[in-house]
Design a binder for this molecule. Structure first.
Ligand SMILES: NC(=O)c1ccc[n+]([C@@H]2O[C@H](COP(=O)([O-])OP(=O)(O)OC[C@H]3O[C@@H](n4cnc5c(N)ncnc54)[C@H](OP(=O)(O)O)[C@@H]3O)[C@@H](O)[C@H]2O)c1
Length: 304
């Protein structure tokens, strides 16, 4: 059977770049839709982004310039794909829904492909928007898989769970809540590898595919102690109570800091997380039992 052709939208993003690599590694003809630097809202044409695009192309990805807002370009790109993987970022819940609906409309106009929506949980307002997108996706009849991890490694681990930090703590670790609540941390590469496996796996069609390796459950206290072990000394701990964190989120500068703090609030404080789902769920660790996942400790090992 010929390998399915994959189009990744959002391929220069934190998750998207790993999806492109995982798709190429699995031998799929892979295209990546990239916004031109001059496009409104696009990341500046930093040397980092230019280098990333060059690397993806050197590894065999086919570059398509376009924007989710360019319906004709989107349709043309989708016509050349069997599977569309969406890893598009968002600034507001409204934008999130709008982008995804545009992709669905283009898929419908292009023909019949499967959509893998590469979105993880949470932040309450964004979650509400994601649930609306999922309803629309189900109603559209487009065969799809929604891939859900939770927190990807690169988002919080390099800052020891504190979105306001510039990097790992040197003397004091700021810990939201009491630091005991565990959340699921999944490596971007593993999320991407699972997504690419799922795209040709009939067991995942029209389902939510969770990626929840039990060994990757980790609390902020555990995360800080992994760091302490790595740097060989104890850190002071500054605990931020829930009420203080909530006030901080209210007062935080606009997106993305308020969103990142809200994710910490929903994922790492007890009793706040919510991710009501009605769709049929399957679990990657059961579907692909031989797959190994990068643990929090391994990630920190490679970081410092
Ligand atoms: N990172 C996390 O920890 C995390 C956790 C949970 C869920 N997620 C979900 O994963 C998805 C991707 O997140 P991310 O962190 O990888 O995002 P990201 O790093 O902000 O990347 C966003 C990507 O989307 C592209 N993009 C944005 N608007 C576009 C448009 N109008 N047309 C075409 N491309 C557009 C960006 O292109 P430019 O380079 O041109 O800007 C970039 O490639 C989101 O749904 C997010 O909610 C992420």
């Amino acid at each position: 059977m010929a390998s399915s052709r994959i189009l990744v939208i959002g391929g220069t993003g934190r998750l998207g770049r790993h999806l492109v690599t995982a798709s190429l590694d699995a031998g799929h003809p892979t295209a990546v839709l990239v916004r031109r630097p001059a496009t409104a809202g696009a990341r500046a044409d930093s040397p980092v982004k230019a280098k990333l695009i060059e690397e993806l192309c050197d590894n065999g990805a086919r570059l398509v310039y376009g924007d989710v807002n360019d319906h004709d370009i989107l349709v043309a790109a989708i016509k050349n794909a069997d599977v569309v993987i969406c890893a598009v970022g968002h600034t507001t819940p409204h934008k999130l829904v709008e982008n995804q609906i545009k992709i669905m409309e283009a898929i419908r106009d292009a023909g019949n492909v499967k959509l893998a929506e590469q979105m993880l949980e949470p932040a309450r307002s964004i979650l509400g928007a994601k649930l609306r997108v999922r309803e629309a996706l189900r109603a559209s009849g487009i065969p799809h898989t929604i891939v859900c991890g939770y927190l990807v490694h690169g988002f919080l681990l390099p800052k020891a769970g504190n979105p306001e930090a510039d990097g790992p703590p040197v003397t004091t670790a700021t810990i939201s809540g009491d630091g005991k609540q565990k959340a699921m941390f999944v490596d971007e590469k593993d999320m991407s590898a699972v997504t690419i496996k799922a795209e040709e796996d009939p067991r995942t069609v029209d389902k939510i595919l969770y990626v929840q390796p039990p060994a990757n459950l980790c609390s902020l206290n555990q995360l800080v102690s992994v760091l302490e072990k790595k740097i060989g000394r104890d850190l002071e701990k500054c605990y931020v109570p829930e009420e203080e964190l909530a006030i901080k989120i209210e007062a935080a500068s606009p997106f993305p800091l308020n969103f990142q703090l809200a994710i910490v609030h929903s994922a790492l404080l007890p009793g706040v997380a919510s991710c009501g789902q009605t769709a049929v769920r399957v679990e990657a660790t059961e579907l692909y039992p031989d797959m190994e996942y990068v643990t929090v400790e391994e990630y920190i090992d490679g970081l410092i």
